[in-house]
Design a protein around this ligand. Structure first.
Ligand SMILES: NC(=O)c1ccc[n+]([C@@H]2O[C@H](COP(=O)([O-])OP(=O)(O)OC[C@H]3O[C@@H](n4cnc5c(N)ncnc54)[C@H](OP(=O)(O)O)[C@@H]3O)[C@@H](O)[C@H]2O)c1
Length: 326
């Protein structure tokens, strides 16, 4: 029987956005423990262009050609041998193990494909979200959830400072911290200040005009999604015994000790249970997904160029089919 083809973006070598090539290839078949998903939308994460540039090649080498991306939302097209968790026709979202910038992808959901080393997450899509919105969750909401509540141990009544509060991670972090009952302070540039406040931040500092350490002190937790000097300067605003969680470089332990704080690079991997809890909060209307700009699959290059600016509001998403906005 003739196998179906699909459109896909593939990368053949590390380099700039021009390495993203649109191709027609054979559709994969789900192996034992995998599902085949018709992808309707794919999130464009900063990790995707960093991977393309070779930033992670020392500790996470790829085999070329590879399909970029991991955050997906779509519909189960077929279940491989032995799969009982999912069935054809279910709308799902999460993290694919075999790329996201494609019409179809396979991902591990049960052994033998799912091993302790396979970082795959898949859950039923929240009914209240379109596929485009659901594609913002993996690598955004999941990261924010694990960093705040597992790495950062945030609890009700604490004060948290979230850097990059308008970003794909930050907007979820603001909403989760608010839901938890924390006092939320965010940093963003002027065009995003009111928006970040509208999703639940008590205070938003325009980082382009006001150094945050001049107006904020004694926070219990800083979630830093920016790194560099923002990370360095953050230690000064954390109260004794407080915590700094960095999503980027490892914070200086000497500096942390000198300030009497705990400083960590986020390490906790989100779980399917986290994904389900996030889904529930979304369906209850407590948290909303924020989509930034959308692009068709053929414009993955433009999507990467925009993501690389490091500015914007919400998650950039590839809208792969017309059903993506339903
Ligand atoms: N280690 C992990 O597990 C992990 C997971 C996810 C993400 N990350 C990393 O975390 C970073 C953020 O990810 P993301 O998905 O949220 O990125 P994003 O969607 O591109 O958002 C970046 C945000 O940062 C804001 N920003 C830029 N410079 C700023 C500054 N100096 N102070 C405060 N805000 C600033 C921008 O807002 P304005 O437009 O207002 O400037 C923008 O909204 C990326 O580097 C990503 O690779 C790490």
């Amino acid at each position: 029987m003739a196998r179906h083809t699909m459109q896909v973006i593939r990368v053949y070598q590390y380099g700039g956005p021009e390495q993203l090539r649109l191709e027609q290839i054979l559709r994969p078949e789900p192996q034992a423990g995998e599902v085949l998903i018709r992808v309707h939308a794919a999130g464009v994460l900063p990790a995707d262009w960093k991977m393309r540039q070779g930033v992670f090649k020392k500790f996470y080498p790829v085999s070329f050609p590879y399909i970029p991306g991991s955050a997906i939302a779509g519909v189960i097209e077929a279940a491989g041998p032995g799969v009982t968790r999912f069935q054809k026709g279910q709308a799902v979202f999460g993290r694919s193990t075999h790329g996201a910038y494609t019409d179809y992808t396979t991902t591990a959901v049960e052994p033998p494909a799912l091993t302790p080393k396979t970082f795959s997450l898949l859950a039923l899509k929240p009914k209240s979200l379109s596929f485009v919105e659901a594609a913002t969750i993996s690598g955004g909401a999941t990261t924010a959830w694990a960093a705040l509540f597992s790495d950062g141990a945030l609890s009700a009544g604490q004060r948290v400072l979230i850097h990059g509060a308008a970003g794909g991670v930050g907007l979820f972090a603001v909403q989760f911290a608010r839901w938890k009952g924390a006092e939320v302070i965010g940093t963003a540039s002027a065009p995003n200040v009111d928006f970040v406040r509208s999703v639940g931040a008590d205070t938003v500092i325009d980082y382009t005009t006001t150094p945050f350490e001049e107006v904020i002190s004694d926070v219990d937790l800083v979630l830093d999604t920016i790194g560099g000097e923002t990370l360095q300067r953050s230690t000064a605003v954390i109260k004794h015994g407080g915590t700094l969680v960095s999503l980027l470089e490892k914070p200086s332990l000497q500096l942390a000790q000198a300030c009497g704080i705990r400083a960590v690079k986020n390490v906790v991997t989100p779980t399917n249970k986290d994904l389900q809890q996030i889904s529930q909060l979304i369906d209850e209307g407590q948290v909303k997904a924020v989509v930034g700009q959308t692009f068709p699959l053929s414009q993955a290059r433009q999507a990467h160029e925009l993501s690389q600016t490091g500015h914007g509001r919400g998650r950039i998403v590839l809208q792969i089919t017309d059903k993506a906005v339903v």
